[in-house]
Write a protein that binds this ligand. Structure first.
Ligand code: GDP
Ligand code: IMO
Ligand code: MG
Length: 459
């Protein structure tokens, strides 16, 4: 019998808990191949096992499973220097990347992309990983692809690669010096650094379009691991405060080069809302101007907790403090940048757009435990604009602050306790899940109640 393939897609602003769900599904069995098809090292997908956290960026979240084939497909923008570090980090934790393959068509994030993102990306609050500038050069037909550095036999094509780097560097140096006032690039140093990385990854390069087609032909089952979330989609997100790739099913077609329609299309939805970086966030808790300055935590630093007085303010209905409550309890700090994430209530309008974009037919609801102890929970079910209700996400986001969220209020619960099945959850938590299901219009199949693989309830 053919085993179903699965798409995992973020249904909000990213960081919904996709990494955990991917790992869970792979562990449950019957998935042979995990494919990343969009984005790059801007993604941060966290898996938590007994021996601690595994934050993954470029490498698919199936890597912790020895038998699983992991593919970085053509739609990903790949920073080889970053990839080599990620491979080495995993090696120190005894995770082998022997089963990792890379597309020859993936565009490479080059040092000029990272420098330009750092110089220009602040306005949008990007991750500064060079993602936008690399996709820009892809569309502008100036990009350098993995296949420009490593040939079909896994050999480094030094002559061609060096020529491309020198050509592009000459162009970029013009831009760097005349427009951005940046130090010029040294093509020879870049070539050297990249060739060293190529030595590590050259055996992994494949025509992944053909490879995926072959594996499909052999009856293998796939998990297509989306990065980011639908409201960061370059076309359908809160443009221009978006990433530069197509997120969800559309990105899966483009990125894999195969006409795939996974039978299971699972949206990952966090039980509340978060967003990191600039841009509109209708159901945000607290005015953004006030939120911006708070809670900067050094990597490895301890998370700020609310004092009893601050908790009282949150419980008395102060949105600003409720936002900080969610950040503290949910440990809402970026996996990639460490930035504090902005927090809000769950926005059904946004989730329903994700359902439409990817034909989602199942939902995994994550972080339900974070809502413990909040007596009244709000869910945004529509917006009101110029006196009218709408359930469509607007294109004209410069007006989005005039869209007022329409909230429904639900009863909270004290604690989820140690529930090991959905039925054991407090009645109010079950009602919360069932109401969300009704509003979203898609069955919630997994309820995640903790970061560990084991804290997952199946329905
Ligand atoms: P992704 O980018 O969608 O993979 O999500 P991230 O890994 O960036 O952020 C999700 C965070 O929430 C990670 O730190 C996870 O370990 C954590 N997490 C996932 N599911 C749950 C859950 O059900 N409860 C709690 N408390 N944490 C969770
Ligand atoms: P995962 O896969 C959350 C956000 C950035 C910024 C905007 C553009 O972990 O869910 P970029 O560097 O892509 O040009 O930044 O998009 N962003 C994410 N936010 N999760 C992500 O990925 C994100 N990837 C990009 O914060 O606002
Ligand atoms: Mg993340």
């Amino acid at each position: 019998m053919k085993r179903p393939s699965v798409l995992i897609a973020g249904a909000q602003f990213g960081d919904e808990g996709k990494g955990k769900i991917v790992d869970l599904l792979v562990q449950k069995g019957d998935l042979d191949v995990v494919v990343r098809f969009n984005g790059g090292a801007n993604a941060g997908h966290t898996i938590v096992l007994d021996d601690g956290k595994y934050p993954l960026h470029l490498i698919p979240s199936g890597i912790l499973h020895k038998e699983t084939i992991n593919i970085i497909a053509a739609g990903v923008v790949l920073d080889p220097l970053f990839l080599v570090k990620e491979i080495e980090n995993l090696k120190t934790r005894n995770i082998s990347c022997d089963n990792l393959f890379i597309s020859d068509r993936a565009h490479m994030v080059m040092p000029w992309h990272r420098a330009l993102d750092a110089a220009q990306g602040g306005r949008l609050g990007t991750t500064a990983k060079g993602i936008g500038p690399t996709y820009e050069d892809r569309a502008g037909r100036r990009g350098i692809r993995v296949g420009d550095m490593i040939d079909e036999n896994g050999q480094i094509d030094l002559e061609h690669f060096s020529q491309r780097v020198r050509e592009v560097c000459a162009e970029k140096n013009n831009l760097f010096q005349k427009v951005h006032n940046l130090e010029p690039l040294d093509p020879e140093a870049i070539i050297k650094e990249f060739v060293a990385a190529a030595e590590v990854i050259k055996g992994k390069v494949r025509d992944t379009g053909a490879m995926i087609a072959d594996l499909i032909g052999q009856g293998k089952s796939f998990l297509y691991e989306g990065a980011q979330g639908s409201l960061l989609d370059v076309d359908w997100g809160t443009y221009p405060y978006v990433t530069s790739s197509s997120v969800g099913l559309a990105g899966c077609y483009v990125g894999t080069g195969n006409c795939v329609l996974p039978e299971v299309r699972m949206g990952v939805v966090k039980a509340y809302g978060t967003r990191v970086g600039e841009g509109h966030f209708p159901a945000e808790l607290g005015a953004y101007e006030r939120i911006k300055e708070q809670d900067k935590v050094a990597p490895g630093g301890s998370l700020p907790h609310l004092t009893p007085e601050e908790q009282q303010q949150a419980l008395a209905g102060d949105d600003y403090w409720m936002g900080r409550w969610l950040r503290a309890v949910g440990a809402e700090y970026g996996t990639t940048t460490g930035r504090p994430r902005r927090c809000g209530w769950l926005d059904i309008v946004a989730v329903r757009q994700a359902v439409r974009m990817s034909g989602l037919n199942q939902i995994a609801l994550t972080k339900l435990d974070v809502l413990d102890g909040i007596p009244k929970l709000k869910v945004c079910v529509a917006y009101e604009y110029q006196g009218k209700r709408t359930t469509d996400f607007p294109a004209r986001i410069h007006h989005l602050h005039d869209y007022k969220p329409v909230f429904e209020e639900l009863e909270g619960w004290d604690t989820l306790g140690k529930a090991t099945s959905f039925d054991e959850l407090p009645e109010q938590a079950k009602t919360y899940v069932k109401k969300l299901e009704e509003w979203i219009g898609v069955p919630i199949k997994i309820v995640s109640v903790g970061s560990h693989r084991a804290s997952s309830l199946w329905r």
